[in-house]
Design a protein around this ligand. Structure first.
Ligand code: DC
Length: 225
C-alpha cells in the first residue's frame, strides 16, 4: 500500500506594518518547505508601476488604464515568490519613500485589489509547480479574503511605538500608524483579525518565540491522526 500524498498546506499570516509577518513567515517557509509569498510586495510593485505610469489613486480611469497595460508574472527566487511586471522583476524601489507614501491609497481601490485576487490565489499553483509542500502567504486580508479556508491563519499585532522602532532599525522611513489607519478603515478587505485566526501580540516577545508558537500549532495539527 502506498502512503497517501501529504496535503498541500496553506498558512495565512496577516497583520499591520512591522508586526513581524515577514521575518516569521520566512522562517516558517523554511521549516515546513513552503513557498513564501509577501503580498505587501505585490501591492508595492503595483504601486511603483502605477506611479511610473502616471496613475493617481484619486483618478480611477488612470488606474484602470495602467492596470490593463501591465502584464504580471511570478519568478521564484530561493523560497520566495517575486512579482514580475512586463517580464522584469520589480526592483528595490518598492521600498522607496514614494511607494511607502502611496501604497495604502492604491491598495484601497477595489479594482486594483480585484486585479490581484486571482494572481494571489494562483501562487498555490506556482508553489506546486516548484515542488513546495504548500505556501505561507503574508498580508492584510489573506485569512479573510484570499484564503479564508487556509489550514492555518495567524494574526500578528504589536504596539505602534515598538513597530516604529523596528522600522527605524531597518533604516526605513515609514509612516506605519498612518498606513495602518488607512488599511484598517478602507471599505474593501480592511486589515482586521479574521474570526477564528490565532492572534499573537509580538510587542514583548522575541521572533523565535513567535515562530515557535506558530510552528507548534502547525506541527500539532499535522501530527493529529
Ligand atoms: O506588508 P507591507 O507593509 O509591505 O504592505 C504594503 C501595503 O500594501 C500595506 O500598507 C497595505 C497593502 N496591502 C494590502 O492592502 N493587502 C495585503 N494583503 C498586503 C498589503
Amino acid at each position: 500500500m502506498t502512503a497517501a500524498p501529504s496535503p498541500f498546506l496553506i498558512v495565512a499570516i496577516d497583520g499591520g506594518a512591522a508586526s513581524g509577518k515577514s521575518s516569521s513567515s520566512r522562517i516558517i517557509s523554511e521549516r515546513f518547505n513552503l513557498l513564501h509569498v509577501d503580498t505587501g510586495s505585490f501591492y508595492r510593485a503595483l504601486t511603483a508601476g502605477m506611479l511610473r505610469a502616471g496613475a493617481s489613486p484619486t483618478d480611477l480611469p488612470t488606474v484602470q488604464a495602467a492596470l490593463a497595460a501591465l502584464r504580471l508574472g511570478t519568478r521564484v527566487t530561493g523560497r520566495s515568490a517575486e512579482m514580475e511586471i512586463d517580464g522584469r522583476p520589480v526592483g528595490d524601489d518598492i521600498r522607496s519613500r514614494a511607494v511607502n507614501d502611496h501604497v495604502s491609497h492604491f491598495a484601497a481601490i477595489p479594482e486594483l485589489r480585484a486585479a490581484l485576487l486571482a494572481y494571489q490565489r494562483g501562487q498555490a499553483d506556482v508553489a506546486r509547480a516548484h515542488g513546495f509542500r504548500g505556501l505561507v502567504m503574508e498580508g492584510r486580508d489573506i485569512g479573510s479574503v484570499i484564503f479564508p479556508d487556509a489550514d492555518f491563519r495567524f494574526f500578528l499585532h504589536a504596539d505602534p511605538a515598538e513597530r516604529a522602532r523596528r522600522r527605524a532599525n531597518e533604516g526605513q522611513h515609514d509612516s506605519i500608524v498612518e498606513r495602518d489607519r488607512l488599511d484598517s478603515s478602507r471599505k474593501t478587505a480592511p486589515l482586521a483579525c479574521p474570526v477564528g485566526a490565532i492572534s499573537i501580540d509580538t510587542t514583548h516577545v522575541t521572533l523565535p518565540q513567535v515562530v515557535e508558537q506558530m510552528a507548534t500549532a502547525i506541527a500539532t495539527k499535522l501530527a493529529a491522526p
